[in-house]
Design a binder for this molecule. Structure first.
Ligand code: HEM
Length: 455
């Protein structure tokens, strides 16, 4: 049997020390050095096979997806937070839930959220002043969280009763920090390898945060399950959803789906926005071209859903931003039986990883791959791109359910903000990508907002 190439592994710790704080860069270097299939080990029991040929990624995500599980069962953090929601569930249970949840993401339903997206962004803009110093990542987390709370539960986090909602952000922060550690902490790896369950560092705080979030979500579900009307939000659809046999979701299932949509539905988009403004702040030409498109097409109006089709450069900026800084920088699967790829055997139970960070920076498909060039995204170019080289939302049956929601939201937020403000990066503040479960800017992105109206 052919041996899969890969970096030399040190007994017990495998490649963990080499990964350091930059697993995305380590993955990329390995793919460049060892080729389209690389074997590595990050923990005692975590053997990873990294794939970077589009055909192989297609095989895993689409053609033979039944041979692969998500493999989240071994992930204590995600299981605690998301339970058995869409992102983490498996097989028939997942299929049933996907069928039940899908109608909530129907085009018309999603489109009805456009006004909330622009209204909430507008509310944020009213708070900003010329020359104001901001952490743009924090601001984007806030607005996307407010948008998802409104569209998911019909609640306004600005109301006094939700003012403790920083706890929501805090819980999320705990989860994501846990993830960074998972990749990079030798101490954590050692604790995980012990045959007894020892609480991991920070896990008590995480559990408390999840408990607080749970109470909030269960209260909302209980209050809403007694109602007999469609409030237009996603939760109304989830509560009303019926399986073929007439059964509905239990409160626990509703909780898991709601928690999943809440977390998956705002942090990713907040990251897209943050990286987009970071890139625009460094590329004056692109920022100017974007502003010109918005000025010409919107004439100072608040953007509406119907404007999006006329804003190709706005969309190109988002595509290019997600290429360079994909919020989901890698996805993985677990073969449920031994599988063969390119003549190599990938054993059941290993982790098969596919990285957007690597694929999106492949010079074969993206000339000058590390440069921010929104103009590359012409319709012809997009059409010419082979499948599975650009997949910010994943692919196959488990493709992101919130794909259209996210693209609409990102475009509307970008159009609303870039129409009125530009940003200067704080030269004293280093911006560092943190490859947690999502690719987020560690310590935020500090900027100075410059009002375009006064320039
Ligand atoms: C730019 C923003 C977003 C990005 C980049 C993104 C990315 C992804 C990716 C890559 C996957 C597939 C994961 C895998 O195959 O293992 C996924 C799945 C998922 N996403 Fe998103 N997502 C975004 C926004 C959203 C939004 C707005 C929602 C909901 C409101 C959402 C909900 C979900 C759910 C529920 C799944 C699991 C789907 C399933 O397995 O059936 N996402 N997302």
């Amino acid at each position: 049997m052919k041996k899969v190439p890969g970096p030399r592994q040190i007994p017990f710790v495998g490649n963990l020390l080499a990964v350091g704080s930059k697993p995305h860069e380590f993955f990329r270097t390995c793919a460049e050095k060892y080729g389209p299939i690389v074997r590595m080990r990050l923990e005692q029991h975590r053997e990873i096979y990294l794939l970077s040929r589009p055909e192989d990624i297609k095989y895993v995500l689409t053609n033979s997806q039944r041979l692969f599980a998500k493999g989240y069962h071994r992930d204590r953090i995600l299981s605690m937070v998301l339970g058995n929601g869409l992102l983490t569930s498996e097989a028939d249970f997942w299929l049933r839930q996907r069928r039940l949840v899908q109608p909530a993401f129907h085009k018309h339903r999603i489109e009805s959220y456009a006004d909330t997206m622009t209204a909430y962004t507008g509310r944020l803009l009213e708070e900003w002043r010329d020359d104001q110093e901001l952490d743009i990542h924090k601001e984007m987390m806030r607005v996307t969280m407010e948008i998802v709370a409104k569209t998911l539960f019909d609640i306004d986090l600005k109301e006094p009763r939700y003012q403790g909602s920083d706890q929501v952000g805090d819980a999320l922060d705990q989860v994501l920090r846990g993830y960074v550690e998972q990749f990079t902490s030798v101490a954590r790896m050692l604790l995980e390898s012990l045959p007894i369950a020892i609480p991991l560092p920070g896990s008590k705080r995480l559990k408390d945060s999840v408990d607080r979030l749970d109470r909030l979500i269960y209260d909302i579900i209980e209050e809403r399950s007694g109602e007999d009307r469609d409030r237009g939000d996603l939760l109304s659809m989830l509560i009303a959803a019926q399986d073929d046999d007439g059964s509905r979701m239990t409160p626990k299932q509703l909780r898991d789906e709601v928690m999943t949509l809440f977390l998956a539905g705002h942090e990713t988009t907040a990251n897209v926005m943050s990286w987009t403004f970071y890139l625009l702040a460094q590329h004056e030409d692109a920022a100017r071209r974007l502003a010109a498109e918005l000025d010409e097409k919107l004439q100072g109006r608040v953007p509406a859903l119907s404007d999006l089709a006329n804003l190709p450069y706005t969309r190109a900026v988002i595509n290019e931003s997600m290429r360079l800084y994909p919020p989901a920088w890698f996805i993985s699967r677990e073969p449920i039986e031994d599988v063969w790829i390119d003549g190599y055997c990938l054993p059941a139970g290993c982790e098969v990883a596919m990285s957007q960070w690597i694929m999106h920076r492949d010079a074969a498909h993206f000339p000058q791959p590390d440069r921010f060039l929104p103009e590359r995204w012409s319709p012809e170019y997009e059409k010419s791109l082979p499948a599975y080289v650009y997949f910010p939302f994943g692919a196959g049956p488990r493709v992101c359910i919130g794909n259209s929601f996210a693209m609409m939201e990102a475009s509307l937020i970008l159009a609303s903000i870039a129409q009125r403000f530009e940003f200067e990066l704080d030269p004293e503040h280093a911006v560092i990508p943190e490859p947690s479960i999502t690719l987020r800017p560690k310590n935020g992105i500090r900027v100075k907002a410059k009002s375009r109206r006064s320039s």
